[in-house]
Design a protein around this ligand. Sequence first.
Ligand code: SF4
Length: 309
Amino acid sequence: MKGRSNLLYPSERPVWRRPADASRQSVQFREQKTGFRITSQEQNAHLTPPGGPALSEELNAALVDASPHATLVAIAKTFGRRAVLASSLGLEDVVLIDLVSKLPKDERPRIITLDTGRLPAETYELFDRLEGKYGVAIEVYFPEAVSVEALVRKQGINGFYSSVEARHACCDVRKVHPLSRALQGAEAWITGLRRAQASTRGSVRKVEWDGARLKVNPLADFTLEDTWDYVRKNGVPYNALHDRGFPSIGCAPCTRAIEPGEDIRAGRWWWENPNHRECGIHTARAAAMRVSAKREIEASDPLLEKTTK
Ligand code: SF4
């Protein structure tokens, strides 16, 4: 690892505090309402650390040459379960699940996945194999039923083919909003993004600031060969569709097999312009929605005054 950030370890990180008297009243009120004691950790569970963009710069500089394993070790030591591995169970994600399963249990990030309701059967089958092999619980987040019903009434069952806007509307309901819920309380989220994956991903960094929290991409430097190499050497379970011409897998109606020589993401949203073809959850628009969701939560608790020691 090149250099080492002094913000990598929890004891050295700034903390968030709230005004003692007002905060106490708020906590007492909430304790009376719920009948449960609220710990200080729970009070702060949905806050992100101060200095987000600066922290991401510092962590990125420290981890720029770190291996995926070293990156995950550093993030796990710093954030533990306040970090979330957002997994679509793609080839990169199964590598990350394997790596996370090798971390000490009490430091492991949560693992979440989104069930959009349109996934191929092979992805569900992989889900079972991963939980069985690693003994990890993958938390599944679903879209809101009423939102899906309204979407389908408006654009039809496969309306996403009709325009980029319609596709984004579907990804918003089925992926972006559920992800936003899954990331509530997280200070960092971990993804399987690689720079070599697509023209839209050439500038992916190890650690980024997405406006709401840190975004960590341990495989940013990996090639497709590196990824397969890891999977084969470590006997990592992977989606059966990879052996049938699907290098990149998402929802069934938006994924097709590719022809030899085609770009590896050519089978995703193949009817759209490749330069705008990006998974709904990694667009700037989706990041802005997560920022606004986080602000809404913070605004709903007027006592969350942030100071550093
Ligand atoms: S990938 Fe396709 S089916 Fe899945 S959420 Fe996006 S538009 Fe909808």
